[in-house]
Design a protein around this ligand. Structure first.
Ligand code: EPZ
Length: 417
């Protein structure tokens, strides 16, 4: 099993273009299924989750070619409507295909995504929204058999939680429904806006993304489109936290500063100097971040749950005390045990984690999930000595060439096979 060997205490410096957003390219790839013909998607990161999504599209009879950072998706004649169990297990967010398959194919068969390292990942809001649009969904032996009956019909939907995935599934299905769908209580994440922009480029009529009410005038004939995926705000947050704890000067390009304002505000409070220069974010840090006011994860524009682990890792090696409250997922503190092996002082009580900063030392640590793994890398960059981080398959799901990017910034990171 390969691992990263990281010598900490080396300041980072340089400029980095942030990868395309994993959580935007996945629903946009599902949306490409909606139109006959070839869509062209730029700024698609090389991630295992993106490759898995490409596998699903090919299984459905679509063509998927990669040219550098561009994906060409040809959905002229889809032939399949089933996502096999192993692929659903490989990537639970494959459930995002459900709405697009119902809209284009009129049917879909896939298994329950099941839980993951973050705890249970229910899809009740997805299923309720799709059933409200007229989908007939039979659940048996863990498989979902879905049809559109006499066709999807637009109507008002209410989401009791601003679920990102449920909002996206409802938008995609609504494109294939007769009449107008209004999604009340929609998620407001920037990735929802990116999806709206791609759908409208395909000829759909979607409005309101980024606000709690998204409207879709369904039934418009859709055509392929060309689109550039937005920058990954969580990857950007990760690199900023890395420079924050290791110290140094980092300039990020390609991420919209407003999309990670909650994170940059925390880093500024912790002692980093941050300047926004157009679409560039410049950070200057002397390392050894200080404790900040409580960090409570919340739906956008609140503090993103996906950045909780990496900010915790950066603060754990600093000074002072910070309280985290993880409100979005039931078990998103699995990185805490591993950080403790590096000397971190983190006390857990249910959703609350109290971090008391202190110098960290190198250790052999293992990733158990995507963002938790990134947090171990961040902590190692600020720790004294040479750490080993294994479980890289988790990190590869969401970070494109993490070790290459960090090395280019002066970090001493080596991939050991
Ligand atoms: C998306 O997951 C992201 N994934 C997650 O990023 C992110 O953490 C999450 O949104 C929250 O921002 C992708 O976009 C591919 P939710 P999603 O539905 O859509 C509950 C990463 O690290 N819920 O907004 O699955 C759910 O249990 C990943 O990149 C229901 O109860 O998240 C959670 O507590 C991890 N019923 C809350 O809502 C449902 O039907 C928010 O989940 C759906 C969700």
């Amino acid at each position: 099993m390969s691992h990263l060997e990281i010598r900490g205490g080396v300041p980072l410096s340089g400029r980095l273009r942030v990868q395309g957003a994993k959580n935007s390219v996945l629903p946009i790839l599902a949306a490409a299924l909606l139109a006959p013909g070839q869509s062209i998607l730029h700024n698609c990161p090389r991630l295992s989750d993106v490759e898995a999504t490409g596998k699903i599209l090919r299984l459905l009879g679509c063509g998927v070619e990669r040219e550098e950072k561009t994906l060409l998706v040809d959905a002229s004649q889809p032939t399949g409507w089933t996502i096999p169990d192993p692929l659903m297990r490989e990537m639970r967010s494959s459930v995002i295909f459900l709405g697009a398959m119902l809209a284009r194919l009129g049917r879909a068969e896939l298994s329950y995504p099941g839980g993951c390292e973050l705890g249970p990942r229910p899809i009740d809001l997805h299923l309720a929204a799709l059933r409200s649009l007229g989908a007939e969904i039979v659940e048996e032996q863990g498989r979902l058999r879905c049809t559109v009956g006499s066709g999807l019909v637009g109507r008002e939907l209410c989401l009791s939680i601003p679920s990102v995935g449920a909002t996206e599934n409802a938008m995609l299905a609504a494109c294939g429904a007769r009449g107008t769908t209004t999604i009340v209580g929609a998620a407001r994440e920037p990735e929802i806006v990116d999806l709206q922009n791609f759908l409208n480029a395909m000829g759909a009529r979607v409005s309101g993304a980024g606000s709690p009410v998204v409207a879709v005038e369904g039934g418009a004939p859709l055509h392929p489109a060309e689109h550039t995926v937005m920058g990954d705000r969580i990857a950007a947050a990760t690199y900023l936290c890395a420079a924050g704890t290791a110290g140094g000067r980092l300039e990020l390009e390609g991420a919209e500063a407003s999309s990670l304002a909650a994170v940059t505000a925390c880093l500024q409070e912790a002692g980093c100097e941050i300047k926004i220069l157009g679409d560039r974010i410049a950070l200057n840090s002397r390392g050894r971040l200080r404790g900040i006011r409580p960090v409570r994860t919340a739906p956008y524009p609140g503090f993103p749950t996906d950045a909780q682990a990496v900010l915790m890792a950066a603060l754990a090696g600093g000074t002072g005390t910070t309280m985290f409250v993880e409100n979005m997922f039931d078990s998103r503190y699995r990185h805490v045990d591993e950080l403790s092996r590096m000397g971190a002082d983190i006390q857990l009580a249910g959703r609350v984690a109290v971090v008391t900063g202190r110098p960290l030392h190198a250790a052999k640590v293992h990733s158990t999930d995507l963002r938790g793994g990134a947090a171990l890398v961040v902590a190692a960059l600020g720790a004294e000595g040479v750490s080993q981080v294994s479980g890289l398959e988790h990190i590869r799901r969401g970070y494109e060439d993490l070790e290459g990017q960090l090395t280019a910034l002066g970090a001493q990171v080596r991939l050991i096979h």
